[in-house]
Design a protein around this ligand. Sequence first.
Ligand SMILES: NC(=O)C1=CN([C@@H]2O[C@H](COP(=O)(O)OP(=O)(O)OC[C@H]3O[C@@H](n4cnc5c(N)ncnc54)[C@H](O)[C@@H]3O)[C@@H](O)[C@H]2O)C=CC1
Ligand SMILES: C[C@H](O)[C@@H]1OC(=O)[C@H](O)[C@@H]1O
Length: 262
Amino acid sequence: MTKTILITGGGSGIGCATAFEAARRGWAVAILDRDGESAERAAAEARRVGARKVWSTASDVTDEQELADAFAEARSSLGPVDGVIASAGIEINAPLARMPLDTWRRVLDVNLTGAFLTVRTAAQALQNAGRPGSIVCVSSPSAFVGFAGGSNSAYGASKGGVSALVRAAAIDLAPHGIRVNAVVPGATDTPLLYSGLDGDELEAERARLRDAAARQIPLGRMADPVEIARTSTWLLSDDASYVTGSHLVCDGGLMAKSANDF
Ligand SMILES: NC(=O)C1=CN([C@@H]2O[C@H](COP(=O)(O)OP(=O)(O)OC[C@H]3O[C@@H](n4cnc5c(N)ncnc54)[C@H](O)[C@@H]3O)[C@@H](O)[C@H]2O)C=CC1
Ligand SMILES: C[C@H](O)[C@@H]1OC(=O)[C@H](O)[C@@H]1O
């Protein structure tokens, strides 16, 4: 069935790949991103490769009114949405003792409050249209295990909150025929992993992560964003009609193994 979906953080990485995968399925796609230019670049590329109906706008997921306006404009442009993917997110790591409070607050605001506002706005849009629908939030292995040398307290806490939000929202929205799930990507080669790095530092980090993936991830590599996108769009599809409140882990086996194998 042809669907109309809306993606936050669709200007880059996993969100952008998900927009392309949805377009490949013949779905109409609304691409939202704090960086409006990246959203438009993604939309232009999707059109170039044959996307049927694509629309984009700048929208910050921490701003409830901006989100509501973007959902309304998406409906005017593409029609009522059937599904939403909350992919917008940031990762800023620091040892606990050196984690600035404003960094903690920013990470929680974007990743957790942004997901909450996206889920609530999506639910309102689906109910206003009198339609069932599906919402997918992008969580993380960091919601379940420690990473980054113990420096991801803010990021891990934000994603732990996203996972709890998904379970609560699934129960809350089920009577309205709205399914809510999480996709849990493993290490995926996107700009998020290289936040704040460029030039030689970025290449060195890319090499370090590829080596770590080869040694620590059972499938021996990081994910390509499109592999996450296929999982997310399956959750939005009618093939997942009885799936809600669930976490689909797409991590190459990373979490299947303990870091402390005996
Ligand atoms: N790359 C990875 O290894 C993993 C990523 N994730 C999650 O996947 C999601 C997507 O991340 P990636 O594609 O990897 O990173 P990315 O940095 O390529 O994409 C994130 C996008 O979100 C946008 N964004 C950031 N703050 C925003 C805001 N306040 N409002 C609207 N848009 C905003 C950025 O402009 C960017 O386009 C994030 O939630 C991230 O936490 C989860 C597990 C692993
Ligand atoms: C598994 C990743 O390395 C980990 O998960 C995330 O969400 C972050 O991107 C971390 O790097």
